[in-house]
Design a protein around this ligand. Structure first.
Ligand SMILES: Cc1cc2nc3c(=O)[nH]c(=O)nc-3n(C[C@H](O)[C@H](O)[C@H](O)COP(=O)(O)O)c2cc1C
Length: 375
């Protein structure tokens, strides 16, 4: 497997940590990066929030001292804000990669024409992408976009989005093989990823339902994707990046059926949990860090016998000592989904009349300053 080339940026292992709002902050990115090699994308921030120097937005825009490649995902619906925000990221934050979010399925976002709803307006999509690419060009920073298949099966947008991204000068396009209507339910459609690979000349990054390193290899084999984007599979399992690095290593286990996943004992899991909490506390202060850590507890302990009561009290990090350090990894968990799954939406919430035309260049969509739902 070749390194992933994003414009002038080379990612030796073609693996990307998916931007996940509320998850992929500096602490979590560091934890994952310590396990493997790849590109670790910051949680999504809004263009308007950055341009207007909103304090919540700026707090999310922190990098670990060891983070040598700074990668940030922007959300936006207005070419002017997205361009300006891209410039700020390059000029003031020294980022090396900017990704744009066109996949968020959350009704609050699609209702205003943002996230996964936006690619329906091909003209507006092109304007936003061109604006970001132009702003990043003087800094030689690659811009990528991340999207879904479309609104629903009757309103697919990903092939047009791929062509538009390529024409706008994007360095790659990442495709989550689900529609907005599917949200996180069902199975990601890897065939759509393969079709997009056929359709464009820029690198395509495949995303959806990679639970093990073997899944990543299978996705690349089946789709021809230039790399993979991994989201929920690494929740409570930063070790997955170690397995991915081994699987994609040039002389590594790639293609060999025998690649074995890392199986930490409960003691090792507890040590990782403690480190995660400590890193969060370091970056956010103890109180907020511990609060943030709570959402990770059940992911780390998934499948282990540690009972519900203990999991609950683990919100208080000190209870980690109560875990049996020798309990082996629950192998039945391997290959199974983790994180949100949910059910499909009956109807995608979009602005009135949204489907009437596919251009949207004269639209002025209201930019949200504090949107933090992301995915
Ligand atoms: C908690 C959570 C937050 C997410 N936030 C974002 C986000 O901010 N931006 C984005 O493009 N995708 C976001 N996503 C979607 C993921 O990046 C990814 O596309 C999706 O989870 C499918 O990949 P997976 O099957 O590997 O999880 C989020 C997903 C989750 C579970």
């Amino acid at each position: 497997m070749s390194p992933l080339a994003l414009g002038s940026l080379t990612v030796p292992t073609p693996v990307v940590l998916a931007p996940m709002a509320g998850i992929t902050n500096a602490a979590y990115r560091r934890l994952c990066a310590e396990q493997g090699a790849g590109l670790y994308v910051c949680e999504m921030i809004t263009s308007r929030g950055l341009v207007e120097r909103d304090s919540t937005t700026l707090k999310m825009l922190v990098f670990d001292e060891l983070e040598t490649t700074r990668s940030v995902q922007l959300y936006g619906t207005d070419p002017a804000y997205v361009g300006k925000a891209t410039e700020i990221l390059c000029a003031e934050y020294g980022v090396h990669h900017v990704d744009l979010n066109f996949g968020c399925p959350v009704p609050k976002v699609t209702r205003k024409g943002g996230g996964g709803a936006l690619p329906w307006k091909r003209g507006l999509l092109a304007e936003i992408l061109r604006s970001a690419v132009a702003a990043a060009a003087p800094y030689d920073v690659p811009v990528t976009m991340k999207t879904r298949k479309g609104l629903d099966d009757d309103h697919l947008t990903y092939l047009d989005a791929g062509r538009i991204a390529q024409e706008a000068g994007c360095a790659a396009i990442a495709l989550h093989g689900r529609t907005v209507a599917q949200s996180y339910s069902g199975q990601a459609d890897w065939e759509a990823i393969a079709r997009l690979v056929e359709h464009v000349d820029i690198p395509v990054l495949g995303n959806g339902d990679i639970w093990e390193a073997a899944d990543a290899l299978r996705m690349v084999e089946q789709t021809g994707a230039a790399g993979v984007v991994v989201g929920r599979g690494c929740l409570g399992r930063p070790w997955l990046f170690r397995d991915l690095a081994a699987a994609f290593a040039p002389d590594g286990l790639a293609g060999r059926a025998g690649s074995r996943p890392t199986l930490p004992t409960l003691g090792e899991v507890a040590a990782m949990m403690r480190r995660h909490a400590e890193l969060l506390a370091e970056h956010m202060g103890e109180e907020r860090g511990c609060k943030e850590f709570r959402k990770h507890v059940s992911w780390y302990l998934k499948g282990f016998r540690a009972g519900g009561e203990l999991r609950h009290s683990l919100a208080l990090v000190d209870s980690l000592a109560a875990l049996d350090p020798d309990e082996p990894f629950p192998v039945a968990e391997l290959g199974t989904p983790r994180g949100r799954q949910g059910s499909p939406r009956e109807r995608v919430v979009i602005p009135e009349g949204w489907l009437a035309d596919t251009d949207g260049t004269r639209l002025h969509l209201t930019e949200d300053t504090t949107e933090t739902t992301g995915g």
